[in-house]
Design a protein around this ligand. Structure first.
Ligand SMILES: [Zn+2]
Length: 312
């Protein structure tokens, strides 16, 4: 792209909503700059005045570069995004007023509104322009931070969002397992092909009374200090953490004549423990693909101390 085109593009971006023709801008600008050797800033001003006159555009336009969510790839950048609030989560820290997930047609990103920012709360399902928000990296996950100098403007137009099925990126969360829900442990699922729903009170919500098959899972709440996640850990994950697989769980239930004994056992082993979970974050759940107890890397710390001692 040559200089004329890039100048023309800037003008076009500012006035494209007023029906201006990009080609016309390029031609006029080229004429002024090359044929008449008008200085650059004067040529640009001439074109702007022409557009204001001919197209009834306002004399001042707000320059705004909207960043698409998929373009957000690194921390410490200030951006403005136009997005819909997909979901709000429960904040687990008094310094955070709101936390959740926003999305546009290109992707999703977590966002948080700091209490100190003193912003009007946003609503789920509504669309906003989030101006001057800063990207940070929290445990490998990028987030948008709404601070005091940010601006949130509600907009009428509903922002289209990418369907959640297309969400496939794995996230990593380190947090404490602060709750394990009652429908965890040795559960029963509907055996109708393709259903797999959890059976409650002997019934599948879709198929009523059906043949049940056993399964082992944990549905719990993981708190990373900033927000809580509803985490789902499947049999494989439960086994890697506790050594209890489906067979063992059934045995525990048989021996105690109590299916609930499995849940009691799992709670004893896992509640309050720090876990590192890698998995898929859907708007509602964090579905664990890999889970382990979290231990800070002590070896690295020891190496650091050793190095320090050697220097001394
Ligand atoms: Zn069913």
């Amino acid at each position: 792209m040559d200089r004329v085109e890039s100048l023309a593009n800037q003008i076009f971006e500012d006035y494209k909503d007023y029906g201006v023709d990009r080609k016309e801008i390029v031609e006029k600008l080229r004429k002024l700059l090359i044929e008449f050797r008008v200085p650059e800033n004067e040529a640009v001003r001439t074109i702007r005045n022409y557009i204001i006159r001919e197209y009834g555009a306002p004399a001042t336009v707000r320059r705004e570069r909207i960043t698409k969510i998929e373009e957000i790839k690194e921390p410490n950048k200030w951006v403005t995004v136009k997005a819909k609030v997909i979901q709000l989560w429960e904040s687990s820290s008094p310094s955070i007023a709101q936390v959740g997930l926003i999305g546009d047609e290109t992707g999703y990103i977590r966002f948080l509104v700091w209490t100190k920012a003193k912003k009007q709360p946003v609503d789920e399902g509504k669309s906003y322009i989030f101006r001057n928000v800063v990207v940070d990296d929290y445990g490998g996950v990028l987030r948008l931070n709404v601070t005091k100098i940010s601006e949130i403007e509600e907009i009428e137009e509903g922002v289209k969002v990418k369907p959640p099925e297309e969400l496939s990126e794995d996230v990593e969360v380190v947090g404490a397992l602060v709750a394990i829900q009652q429908n965890s442990g040795l559960i029963q699922r509907c055996s109708v092909e393709g259903c797999n729903r959890v059976i409650k009170m002997g019934k599948c919500p879709e198929h009523g009374k059906t043949k049940a098959k056993d399964d082992l899972r944990i549905k719990g709440v993981l708190d990373d200090g900033y927000r809580t996640y509803e985490v789902i850990i499947n049999e494989e994950g439960v086994e890697s953490l506790t050594g209890i697989n489906l067979e063992k769980a059934k045995k525990i239930a048989e021996e105690t004549l109590d299916r609930g004994a499995v849940l009691t056992e799992l709670k004893k082993m896992l509640l309050g423990k720090y876990l590192r979970v890698v998995g898929t974050a859907t708007p509602r759940y964090l579905i664990a693909k890999h889970v382990e107890f979290f231990r800070p890397d002590i070896r690295k710390e020891i190496e650091k101390v050793k190095a320090l001692l050697e220097e001394v």
